[in-house]
Design a binder for this molecule. Structure first.
Ligand SMILES: [Zn+2]
Length: 310
């Protein structure tokens, strides 16, 4: 038996996608637009096999492969830990894991729980939302082929959007308000924040259902689709990967004739270049907020008299 993908997602989620030993971010990209690589590995505390480091022949396989016996490490530390069992005993690894989970909890405690108030989902970063949902204790897995992009799913798209709408409304992830990025600091890297603001839009493509958007991004911000907003001398940039744009309407929202539009959603700070004054964030979900009128339409008829009184 091996570690199941559900267990792996759970371990990635509870560790907030960071190495338990050095806290390095494990969703990695060197260029603003390029697809990220997962550079973390789920590592056994008691070894998986009888010959591995820290073996425990008395532990049944299902316990060896359970989240309790696993921790998330970067590739470097996974190798180092397994090469030096004399330095990294079972007790030491359990301590490293516990300290990391306490650290993650502390980071999240300053954040507030986010209630999804989006009427229309224009952008769903499926891999990122999978990890976010695991961090919030909700599990979601998708058995759809998203390699070419959501827009290319055709008739299946509506079901996917409904599933993610429900997920977002149920998961209440812990997030921060959008910081004032006038003077960004390195400890903001990894921060997940909500936004509901006007952004300028650039380079967004026209919708094409026959297109394969998997190789669309170049890593060059002069060419790649993005939305941005300035804070004093600093600029917040979010690259829009066309794979995660949902509908024809959504594409058009990223090509407004005015050159700017109001967007609402969640994003994660990916990198900060203080010299250039650029903060790059990865959007997780983007949509249009529900209007107060709309929530009245969605109420049950029995709720109406109460709503009208208040
Ligand atoms: Zn590490």
């Amino acid at each position: 038996m091996a570690v199941t993908s559900k267990t792996k997602i759970q371990v990635w989620g509870e560790s907030a996608a960071r190495c338990a030993h050095c806290r390095e971010q494990l969703i990695y990209s060197e260029d603003a637009g390029l697809h990220e690589s997962l550079v973390g590995e789920v590592c056994h505390i008691f070894a998986q096999g009888e010959k591995g480091p820290r073996a425990n022949p008395n532990m049944p396989q299902h316990e060896l492969d359970s989240p309790k016996n696993l921790l998330l490490l970067c590739r470097k530390h996974h190798k180092y830990v397994d090469d030096h069992p004399e330095l990294f005993s079972v007790e030491r690894l359990a301590e490293i894991k516990l300290n990391h989970l306490i650290w993650v909890g502390r980071q999240l405690s300053v954040a507030k729980s986010w209630s999804c108030n989006l009427a229309t989902l224009h952008y769903l970063n499926i891999p990122r939302l999978t990890i976010l949902s695991a961090m919030s204790g909700e599990m979601v897995s998708y058995d759809i082929d998203t390699s070419k992009g959501l827009y290319c799913l055709g008739a299946k798209l509506l079901g996917v959007m409904n599933a993610y709408q429900r997920l977002l409304e149920n998961m209440h992830p812990k997030v921060s308000d959008m910081p004032d990025f006038k003077e960004p600091t390195d400890d903001q890297i990894g921060l997940i924040f909500k936004f509901n603001d006007r952004f300028r839009t650039k380079n967004a493509p026209w919708p094409d259902r026959t297109a394969d958007y998997s190789d669309f991004l170049t890593g060059n911000i002069d060419q790649d689709p993005h939305i941005y907003k300035t804070f004093g001398d600093c600029k917040l940039t979010m690259v829009i990967d066309p794979r995660w744009i949902t509908t024809t309407t959504a594409f058009s929202e990223f090509i407004p004739s005015a050159g700017h539009n109001k967007f609402s959603g969640l994003a994660m700070v990916k990198s900060i270049d203080q010299e250039a004054g650029v903060v790059t964030a990865t959007p997780l979900v983007i949509g249009i907020p529900k209007s107060p009128l709309q929530s009245i339409f969605e109420m049950e008829v029995s709720d109406l008299p109460r709503a009208m009184e208040s």
